[in-house]
Design a protein around this ligand. Sequence first.
Ligand code: URP
Ligand code: ZN
Ligand code: ZN
Length: 460
Amino acid sequence: MALLIRNGEIVTSSDRYQADLYCEKETISQIGKNLQVPAGTQVIDAAGKYVFPGFIDPHVHIYLPFMGTFAKDTYSTASKAALIGGTTTFIDMCVASRDEEPASAFATWQSQSVGKSACDYTYHMGVSRFDEKIERQLRALVNEGMASFKVFLAYKGAFGIHDDELFKTLRLAKELGVITCAHCENETLISELQQKLLTEGKIGPEWHHESRPPQVEADGVHHLCTFAEMHDAVVYIVHLSCQEALHQALAARSRGVRVSIETLIQYLLLDKSWAEKPNFEGAKYVMSPPLRDAKNQEIFWKALQSRLIDTVATDHCPFDFATQKTMGSDNFTKIPNGIPALEDRVNLLFTYGVKTGKIDLNRFVDIASTQAAKLFGLFPKKGTIQIGSDADLVIYAPDSPSVISATTQSVNNDYSGFEGFPLAGRPEFVTVRGEIAVADFKFTGVYGRGQLLRREPSHF
Ligand code: URP
Ligand code: ZN
Ligand code: ZN
C-alpha cells in the first residue's frame, strides 16, 4: 500500500528540511510540501519527529559458530531487534572456518536467513584460507553480489588467515574491485600473552585486556595497511578501539593507503573497568579488541565528528551469561567474545552523541547509515532519502525517554551490556521498503520479508 509521511523534519547526511515523503512500490517517489496523494493512502503524521534514512549496521554476527558455541540470535530475533532500534539493513559476516570453503559457508548462512529476516541484509564473505578453489568460489560469490571480503588477522586456527593468503586475498580484492574488512590484532602476541597470564594464575575476565593491549591492535592495523599498500587495495578496519590503532590507520591513510575505519558503540560508551567487575560479571564485557581505557572515548567522538573515523557499528555478537560466558569461568581465553548492541546502537548514538553535542545530526546519519551504504555498494538504494531510494525510513521521536533492560529487549540474550542506560529518543515508526515494520514503538514487521541485498563491486 502507498504511504505518506507528512510534516516530518527530514535529516540526511547532508541536509535538514521540512517535507512530506510519498512512497509507492517499495521506493520513495515524491518529496515535497503538502503533497496531494490518492485516497486510501496510509498516512503517518511525523510532526515534531525526525525522518531519517533507515540505519545500516555494517558489522554484525547473527549466525556464528565461534569458540565452541553459537551466537544466540536468529535472523528473526535479530531483525526484530534491529528494526525496533531503527536499523533496517545489517551486514552479517559469512565466515567459513579454515577447514571450510566460502561456497559452503554461503549456503549455510542462506539456510539460516532465507525466509526468516524482517529486514534486509547482506554478507561480507569471510576468507580464512586462500587457494585456487577458494579463489574460484570467491569470484563466483562476488558475481552473485557478495561484493566485500572479511579477513581476521587474529583467531588463527579458526578464522585467521596466513600472511601469504592475506597477500593473495588483497590482490584478488583489488582486481575485482571489492573492499576487504579486517579484524586487526597480532595473533602471535595474543597467544604468547595469554599463556604468560594463565601461567601466572591470572585467569579472570579482567586479564582479557592485558592479553590484547593497544600495541597488539596497532601492530595489526599497521600490518594490514602495509599489505593493502602493496596492491593499492581498499581496506576497512573493523572494530577499531584505541588511539594507538587509530594513529596507525591515519598514518597509512596519510601516505595514500585507501583505508576506512569503523568503531563500535561499545568503545564509545563502555571502558575496560566494565570487564573488571567482580564475581565473573566482567565476562559479559569480554570482546576483542577489548574495551579500552576511558581516555580513548573523547578522542573517538572527536574523530567521528571530524570524519577521521567513518562508521559506528556494533559487532553484535550475543552469548548468554548463564551457559556461554561461563565456559571461561576458570580461563578467560575461553570466554566467548562479544557484546550485543544491535537493538541499541542508534538510540545510544543519538542520546550520548547528538544530545550531548558531540556529533551533529547530519554526521549521526552519516556514520550510522550513509557511509556504510557508500562503502559497501548499497548507496543510494540505502543510506539516504531521495527519489528512487528504498523507502527504508525511521520516524524518530527525539524526546521519548526509556531505559535499556535485558527484560524488555528483543535480542535473544539474558543480559544487556547497556543495562540501565537511559535513552532520550527512539524510533516511533520504521518502514522496510515502504511497509511499516515498527508502529507506535512496537514491532509489526513480517519475518521473511527481508531480502538478501546483492551489491556491485565499486572500489577499483
Ligand atoms: O569479540 C568479538 N568482536 N566477537 C565477535 C567476533 C569478532 O571478532 O568480530
Ligand atoms: Zn573481529
Ligand atoms: Zn565481528
